[in-house]
Design a protein around this ligand. Structure first.
Ligand code: NCD
Length: 531
């Protein structure tokens, strides 16, 4: 029987569907019970116990819980586990990530756990190293587990957080009311919640952080898009001044190591706004639990140690759950469990099914500007192309910027012709841009895609002997990739040109026609993706 989890990677929480996560949680519940009651027969059902499986830990940023819980989970499984000594590896000789991990995969390792400052690294390695494994007929396809990538995501922390919320919800998934407190700007564990909490049918999220530490706009937008009710508060004090208080609080640590001088100057007042003190206790609903991905700072903890010995403490069990959740995840990726899974399998990206170039030629049309409306100052062309309706409805200066981008991306600067801003025929008083290029006749499909990507909603007229031979209308493509001049603007992204990792930039269209980088998920508008 085939196992849907073997060879899969978990770069972001959405790499596992809601049903797949529910499966993982149900298995974790069984495993944890067997572990705490020493039920060897059940534990054996989970144990990988296969010398062909090799797990590699590569931590390029500090870690205690994530690294050690994975290492101990691997020890439970009785498999080979190695640690790359990054300080003395060939990384320092200028080797790329892809070459390094391909090498490790070649030595009979197939599950890689990576923590790095570079965002999207596991998505990239999943592509590059899978191709290497196929070229070399390796026995097992690799899996990559993101153990935290910069400010992006931390999907296995999200799994253990969700498991702990479920334990405290009697494993019900109908509703969750969660307060997220602290450094929501840098905290990848809270960023993973934007998609992760879709596990629950209805979600209320209260974000408690001063503006300097507030959740980045696109995660906030994603939460709303996922149907969460989201409220914003500047401080715990302000939050407690109203009546609808969550019974689950998720604290995070101000990540000073990622902050600039300007924010660091105010650290004392920032900390105060997001740190708990015993004087607030009486305001909490019955049964309230506090959670924290940890570590907490020994001098400035957001949850003081006095709370440890109270019923508010959910964070110690949460941390312990980390090992159980990771034992289960490893068992799935190694194919030890998962064959009984019957639900939906997560499919990562939408394919290019949507048509972004539509041929709208109608017979015997005249070229734009030939009769009804003599174009302003330029003779109609007999042979060539006219790109019309550029930026219709925008201001003239915006339209000029769009035209400049089209000319650059389609390499039209060295051709004869002209371009100008005109008023639209169809929309009263609205402006539009037109580019004329006599002598240019053909556009390849690839060029048409470039045109669609920079000028959605325009029309391309191909003119022969004064007549429109073909007319196309463009729509933004669902995916844009395979062009050398694309690049992600996030300088922490594995695909950013500064890192020279040779990662081909790729974008997927999301809400409001914006494009997210396939690796780090940074949002761009369609103009920002061109170098
Ligand atoms: C977090 C991390 O590294 O993202 N810790 C963890 O993995 N348990 C949070 C942090 O560093 O504050």
């Amino acid at each position: 029987m085939s196992n849907p989890f073997v060879g899969r990677s978990v770069s972001v929480i959405n790499d596992l569907s809601i049903e797949e996560r529910k499966y993982l949680f149900e298995k974790t519940r069984i495993l944890k019970h067997a572990y705490t009651s020493s039920d060897e027969a059940i534990l054996e059902q989970f144990r990988i116990n296969n010398r062909d499986v090799g797990i590699y830990e590569v931590f390029l940023e500090d870690s205690t819980r994530t690294r050690e819980s994975f290492r101990n989970a691997a020890a439970f499984h009785g498999v080979k586990v190695s640690d790359l000594a990054a300080d003395t590896s060939s990384f320092n000789k200028g080797e790329s990530y892809a070459d390094t991990f391909n090498t490790l995969a070649g030595y009979a390792n197939n599950i890689f756990i990576i923590r790095s400052k570079l965002e999207g690294v596991c998505t990239w390695l999943d592509e590059a190293t899978t191709a290497y494994a196929q070229r070399n007929n390796l026995k097992r396809l690799p899996s990559f587990i993101n153990a935290g990538d910069g400010k992006h995501e931390h999907p296995t922390q999200e799994l253990l957080d969700e498991f702990t919320f479920l334990e405290d919800n009697g494993f019900r998934t109908d509703h969750l009311h969660l307060a997220l407190v602290g450094d929501l700007y840098h905290g990848r564990t809270v960023h993973s919640k934007a998609d992760g909490l879709t596990l629950f049918d209805s979600v209320e999220v209260d974000l408690i952080a001063p503006p300097e530490l507030m959740m980045p706009e696109h995660y906030l937008a994603k939460m709303k898009e996922n149907g969460y009710t989201v409220r914003l508060f500047d401080s715990i004090e302000e939050y407690l001044g109203q009546d609808h208080i969550a019974s689950k609080w998720y604290f995070t640590r101000p990540q000073l190591e990622r902050m600039g001088e300007r924010i660091l100057k105010n650290q004392q007042s920032l900390r105060k706004k997001v740190s708990w003190t015993g004087k607030y206790d009486f305001r909490l609903p019955e049964g309230t639990k506090f959670y924290h991905p940890l570590p907490r700072h020994r001098i400035h903890p957001t949850i003081p140690t006095e709370v440890d010995n109270t019923s508010l403490n959910g964070y110690e069990r949460q941390s312990i759950n980390g090992m159980y959740v990771r034992i289960t995840l490893l068992a799935m990726l190694a194919g030890k469990i998962g064959e009984d899974y019957t639900g939906l399998v997560s499919v990562a990206e939408n394919q290019d099914k949507e048509e972004y170039i539509v041929n709208v030629t109608s017979p015997q049309q005249e070229a734009p500007g030939t009769s009804q409306r003599v174009s302003e100052g330029v003779n109609p062309i007999r042979n060539g192309i006219v790109i019309d309706h550029i930026g219709k409805g925008e201001s003239p200066s915006t339209i000029r910027r769009s035209m400049a981008l089209i000319i650059k991306v389609l390499n039209l600067a060295d051709e004869r012709g002209g371009e100008w801003v005109s008023t639209s025929n169809s929309a009263e008083g609205a402006y539009k841009g037109i580019i004329f290029r006599p002598g240019v006749n053909e556009f390849s499909r690839k060029e048409l895609k470039r045109l669609a990507a920079v000028a959605a909603g325009c029309t391309l007229n191909v003119i022969k002997e004064g007549k429109i031979e073909a007319k196309y209308r463009t729509h933004l493509p669902p995916r844009i990739y395979n062009f050398d001049d694309l690049s992600c603007r996030n300088d922490a992204c594995i695909s950013h040109p500064d890192h020279n990792e040779g990662v081909p930039a790729r974008f997927m269209r999301t809400r409001e026609n914006r494009y997210v980088c396939a690796y780090c998920h940074t949002e761009h508008n369609y103009q920002e993706i061109w170098r």
